[in-house]
Design a protein around this ligand. Structure first.
Ligand code: FMN
Length: 188
């Protein structure tokens, strides 16, 4: 039987892969790195794309949306993972405003899943970026409470991910599977 959904993810240190695989397991559908996406996505009712936040951008989204459209994805659902907590609502709204067009924000259900930071698995370029961010913080004179929290958070690896955070994504896909249609990529 054809799977209804497929989860495709980009992941450098494993948080997004773990969430992607959990979503795949909950929906009994495949979960693969985006690089291994099948040539045609048209058989799926919805395609889930997951990636990390990287200096405020949804890593790889611009390339991914072109690839997914080219391969016939009908309906998209997006999730982002990051180091900030789910409670950082204002920052999360800003991230979506900067990464999705107004049409995408309407048509593509999108979710933020708090994850963490893993210096042990981070690449050299990313580690250098984090080092620079830490140095910039030490140089900042009048630190706000948010600056201080950020400075303390980025000084070490931490994991604030939890399988329970996939639930809204899973619920959304179950609804889509029952015929809800937000119309992304679908030609009427
Ligand atoms: C250079 C760099 C920039 C980052 N920028 C952000 C950011 O803007 N917002 C955020 O919440 N997390 C940020 N993070 C944290 C990652 O998004 C987080 O660790 C993510 O879950 C990693 O996903 P992965 O393990 O699938 O690669 C950043 C991490 C690095 C290394």
């Amino acid at each position: 039987m054809q799977d209804k959904f497929i989860v495709l993810y980009n992941s450098k240190t494993g948080f997004t892969r773990r969430y992607g695989e959990l979503i795949g397991r909950a929906l009994d559908c495949p979960a693969l790195p985006l690089a291994d996406a099948p040539a045609s996505l048209s058989p799926y009712e919805a395609v889930v794309f997951g990636s990390r936040l990287h200096a405020g951008t949804l890593d790889g989204w611009k390339k991914a949306r072109k690839l997914l459209a080219r391969r016939g994805a009908k309906q998209l659902v997006v999730f982002a993972t990051g180091a900030m907590p789910n409670e950082a609502q204002a920052q999360i709204r800003k991230v979506w405003a900067q990464n999705l067009t107004p049409a995408e924000r309407d048509a593509v259900p999108h979710f933020y899943l708090q994850a963490g930071l893993c210096y042990e698995k981070m690449g050299g370029g990313d580690r250098a970026m984090m080092k620079f961010a830490a140095w910039a913080m030490t140089r900042k004179k009048a630190k706000t409470p948010e600056d201080k929290a950020f400075q303390s958070a980025i000084s070490h690896s931490y994991d604030i991910s939890d399988p329970k955070y996939i639930q809204p994504v899973v619920d959304c896909l179950r609804e889509l599977g029952q015929g809800a249609d937000t119309g992304f990529f679908r030609k009427s």
